[in-house]
Design a protein around this ligand. Structure first.
Ligand code: PLP
Ligand code: TYF
Length: 398
């Protein structure tokens, strides 16, 4: 059974953790994986999370199974966060939300669900996109193509290319869209651009699949949901993969959700029944802890406020690191324009570093980034930023 098994390629991002771990230099820096670290270089335990956990432990609750689609107060809270507490969709009978194993799990549930229903099995992702988008959809049986997104000439969005790319896709293509804080580029659509995307997607009868893994890291919780809410207004059926790994700093608890907005109330019961079948045949039902904690925070006005403040702290710290990085790169003598680093949003910067420069950063300086040139700005802090800026400047100047 096992003798013919060949070695699988490492995940290009998570694999970096191993190389980083094996590096014995004391001043090494990991800018690879997308994890928020605080000023002390630690993954924080949010106070709102801690309070919710303390209350949960004090309950000494029994551990029965959750429903197949997860904890109901959690699923409802996810919908409110996505669409807004006043959204008419909440009462429309057109919403289905199932708790999932992180954002990745939500994408996989959506992929498996659509695969069973569709005749065409084509997915389009942005160029570039989160590495796992391609592998996940391919593993689910799809053909994966990409649509233009990033323009290296401007370090910004190639909107015309994107719209033309979406137009040219066969009708009914599943189109994965990053709702905010694009991974890996940090380049988002302007608000006015979203209406144009919705227009193409509607005319071409594509199936929009929004991925929102960084709500709150761009502007704030409400503004970062702009794309989701515009799609909701359009009346189109669509899917959303939510992740709370970053916004609650709950990476290892695997807290996410798949939400599907049906075209009308009549579609909802059959769709939910098929989604439950996908869940049942994969892992039966989801785990309790992360969803209980997130639901407790989202459903308590006091904890929600605390969480919003902590999220704002994380967002502001990243913004300060962007400004400092640009200043320090310029001070270290980098002549090329690096202002775009400040315009990018979320945890990442597509720095423009080449594969060779990234390799030099690791070899000569113990600074680990993704070979695409993506760096995690959320891993910078006042203790490591000088070393990072000087090393980047050194490899950029040669
Ligand atoms: N989607 C995007 C764009 C991401 O960057 C991530 C990052 O991890 C995910 C989905 C998956 O999130 P999770 O860790 O909750 O599975
Ligand atoms: O892009 C990132 O770094 C995060 C974390 O297979 C991640 O989204 C990276 C790779 C992966 C799973 C999560």
């Amino acid at each position: 059974v096992f003798s013919p098994v060949e070695l699988a390629p490492r995940d290009p991002i998570l694999g970096l953790n191993e190389a980083f771990g094996a590096d014995t230099r004391a001043n090494k820096v990991n800018l690879g994986v997308g994890v928020y670290c605080n000023e002390e270089g630690k993954v924080p335990l949010l106070r709102a999370v801690q309070k919710a956990e303390e209350a949960r432990v004090a309950e000494h609750a029994a551990r029965a199974y959750l429903p197949i689609d997860g904890l109901a107060p959690y699923d409802l809270a996810v919908q409110k966060l996505l669409f807004g507490t006043d959204s008419a969709l909440l009462q429309s009978g057109r919403l289905i939300t199932a708790q999932s194993l992180g954002g990745t799990g939500a994408l996989k549930l959506g992929a498996d669900f659509l695969y069973r229903q569709a005749e065409k099995r084509l997915v389009a992702i942005s160029n570039p996109s989160w590495e796992n988008h391609r592998s996940l959809f391919e593993a689910a049986g799809y053909e994966v193509v990409d649509y233009p997104y990033y323009d290296p000439a401007t370090n910004g969005l190639n909107l015309d290319g994107m719209l033309a790319g979406l137009e040219a896709l066969p009708e009914g293509t599943v189109v994965v869209l990053h709702a905010c804080c694009h991974n890996p580029t940090g380049v988002d659509l302007a608000l006015a651009d979203w209406a144009k995307v919705i227009d193409v997607v509607t005319r071409r009868k594509h199936v929009p699949f929004l991925d929102i893994a960084y709500q709150g890291f761009g502007e704030n919780l409400e503004d970062d949901a702009f794309a989701v809410r515009l799609f909701a207004e359009s009346g189109l059926p669509f899917l959303i993969a939510s992740s709370f790994s970053k916004s609650f700093s709950l990476y290892g608890e695997r807290v996410g959700a798949l939400t599907m907005v049906t075209a009308n109330q009549g579609e909802t019961a059959p769709v939910l029944s098929q989604l439950k079948r996908v869940i049942r045949t994969n892992y039966s039902n989801p785990p309790t802890h992360g969803a209980k904690v997130v639901a407790a925070v989202l459903n308590s006005p006091e904890l929600y406020q605390l969480w919003e403040e902590e999220l704002a702290e994380m967002r502001d710290r990243i913004r300060h690191m962007r400004i400092a990085l640009v200043e320090k790169l310029q001070a270290a003598g980098v002549q090329t324009d690096v202002d775009f680093i400040q315009r990018q949003r979320g945890m990442f910067s597509y720095s423009g570093l080449t594969k060779e420069q990234v390799a030099r950063l690791a070899d000569e300086f113990g600074i680990y980034a993704v070979s695409s040139g993506r760096i995690c700005v959320a891993a910078l802090n006042t203790s490591n930023i000088d070393a990072v800026a000087n090393a980047m400047a050194a490899v950029m100047k040669d």
